[in-house]
Design a protein around this ligand. Structure first.
Ligand SMILES: NC(=O)C1=CN([C@@H]2O[C@H](COP(=O)(O)OP(=O)(O)OC[C@H]3O[C@@H](n4cnc5c(N)ncnc54)[C@H](OP(=O)(O)O)[C@@H]3O)[C@@H](O)[C@H]2O)C=CC1
Ligand SMILES: CC(C)(CO)C(=O)C(=O)O
Length: 348
C-alpha cells in the first residue's frame, strides 16, 4: 500500500515517520520549511518511553507539490482544520480516483467538509490521534503522551494496522480499529476542550493539568458539552481510562487525587503541549472554532446556550490577536466560571 501524508507537520511527520520506519511506503507532502529541515537532517522520532527511530534524509520521500498524491492508495490528511477545504481541492485535482482519504484531524466536522468536496470520487474515513506530538526542530518529532491511533475499520486500515503491528519500529503509531468513529470523534473533542485552557495557560500540559483551577474550567466546559450532546442525542465514546460522564469529576478532583492517580496512570511528559498552544505561540490561527466553537454552534442549533465554551472561544480569539493571552489559574477560573450555572459544582 502506498500512503501519502498530506500536511506533514507534527502529526503527519511523526505518524508517517513511524509507519515508514515500520516498512510502510510513505510519501510526505508538506511545506518547504519542513521539506528543507528533513532534507538536511532526516527524521528523528522519539517518545516518552525512550523509544527512538531515525530515518536518514535519503530515506524520507518529502515533496511540497500536491501532484505527489497521484500514486497514493491511502491519503492521510494531517493539515489543521482551516486547511481542509484547500486540501480537499488538491486531493480532487491530483489523487487517483478511488484512493481512500483518512482524516487524522481533531474536531468532528473535517470529514463532512471532505465528503462534501470529494463526493463519490473518494471514500473518506476518520481517525483520531490521542497523543501529543511536539516538533522539536532539526527534524525531530516527539510523542509526549501515551496512546494508540483509533481509525475507522476498513480493509485498508486493517492491512495498515497489521503491517505496523508486525514491526516494533512502528509501535508508537499503532492503529486500533473502531466502527463508531463519530462517537469516538466526539469523545476526543471532549478531551480537546483542554486544548484552549492549555493554550491560555502558557504552560506545558503537565504543569497546566497540575493546577485545579485550570482543570475546573475544563471540567465545566465538558459538563456543558455533555449536556448539549445529550440534548442532540449524541453519545460520545470513551477515550482513555475514564468514561465521558465521569470525566469532569475526575478532572476537577482535588490535586492530591488528580496529580497522584490520573497523572501517574496517563503518561504525559514535560515536552507535551496542546496543538492549540503551538498555534498561539507561532502566531497562527487556532482550531478553536472546531473544538469549543463546535459545542457553541451545536447548542445554538438546539436553541440552547453554552456560555462557558463561548467565553473560552472569546478568550482564544483575543489570544489569536495577541491580546492578554496568558491567564493564571485563579484569574481564568474567575473570568470564565463566575456566575455560570455549572460553576457551583466546580467551586464557584
Ligand atoms: N500536534 C498534536 O500534538 C496533535 C494534533 N492533532 C490534530 O492533527 C491535525 C494536524 O495538527 P499538527 O500536526 O499539529 O499541525 P501542523 O501545523 O504541525 O502540521 C500541518 C502542516 O501541514 C501544512 N499544510 C497545510 N495545508 C497544506 C497543504 N494543502 N499542503 C501541504 N501542506 C499543508 C501546514 O503548513 P502551514 O502551517 O504553512 O499551513 C503544516 O506544516 C490538527 O487537526 C490537530 O488538531 C491531534 C492530536 C495531537
Ligand atoms: C493529544 C491532545 C489531546 C493533547 O492536547 C491533542 O489532541 C492536541 O494537542 O491537539
Amino acid at each position: 500500500m502506498n500512503v501519502a501524508i498530506l500536511g506533514a507537520g507534527s502529526v503527519g511527520c511523526f505518524v508517517g515517520g513511524a509507519w515508514a520506519a515500520a516498512g510502510v511506503a510513505v510519501r510526505f507532502v508538506g511545506r518547504p520549511r519542513i521539506a528543507e529541515e528533513v532534507a538536511a537532517e532526516g527524521l528523528t522520532l522519539t517518545d516518552f518511553s525512550g523509544w527512538q527511530a531515525r530515518l536518514a534524509p535519503d530515506a524520507v520521500d518529502f515533496g511540497t507539490r500536491p501532484a505527489a498524491l497521484a500514486g497514493a492508495d491511502l491519503i492521510v490528511l494531517a493539515v489543521k482544520s482551516h486547511g481542509t477545504a484547500e486540501a480537499a481541492k488538491e486531493i480532487a485535482r491530483h489523487a487517483r480516483k478511488g484512493a481512500l482519504v483518512l482524516s487524522l484531524q481533531n474536531g468532528v466536522s473535517n470529514v463532512e467538509t471532505l465528503r462534501a468536496a470529494l463526493k463519490d470520487r473518494f471514500e473518506v474515513i476518520q481517525g483520531i490521534v490521542p497523543f501529543n506530538v511536539a516538533h522539536l526542530g532539526h527534524g525531530r518529532f516527539h510523542k509526549g503522551v501515551a496512546g494508540d491511533l483509533i481509525v475507522q475499520e476498513h480493509a485498508a486500515t486493517r492491512a495498515l494496522a497489521a503491517a505496523v503491528a508486525r514491526a516494533p519500529e512502528g509501535a508508537p503509531a499503532r492503529l486500533r480499529l473502531a466502527d463508531d468513529m463519530p462517537a469516538v470523534a466526539w469523545g476526543k473533542l471532549l478531551i480537546n476542550l483542554n486544548n484552549a485552557v492549555n493554550a491560555l495557560s502558557g504552560r506545558s500540559l503537565l504543569e497546566q493539568l497540575k493546577q485545579r483551577d485550570y482543570r475546573r474550567v475544563v471540567a465545566a466546559s465538558i459538563v456543558e458539552a455533555l449536556d448539549v450532546l445529550a440534548a442532540a442525542g449524541i453519545a460520545p465514546a470513551q477515550i482513555g481510562p475514564i468514561p465521558p460522564k465521569l470525566l469532569p469529576h475526575a478532572i476537577a478532583a482535588p490535586n492530591l487525587v488528580f496529580n497522584n492517580l490520573f497523572l501517574k496512570v496517563q503518561k504525559i511528559d514535560a515536552k507535551a503541549r496542546s496543538s492549540m498552544a503551538d498555534d498561539i505561540r507561532a502566531g497562527r490561527p487556532t482550531e478553536i472554532d472546531f473544538l469549543n466553537g463546535e459545542v457553541v454552534r451545536l447548542a445554538q442549533r438546539l436553541k440552547r446556550k453554552a456560555p462557558v465554551n463561548a467565553a473560552i472561544v472569546d478568550l482564544v480569539k483575543q489570544a489569536e490577536l495577541g491580546i492578554e493571552h496568558l491567564w493564571s489559574p485563579e484569574d481564568l477560573r474567575a473570568h470564565v466560571l463566575q456566575g455560570h450555572k455549572v460553576a457551583p459544582v466546580f467551586g464557584y
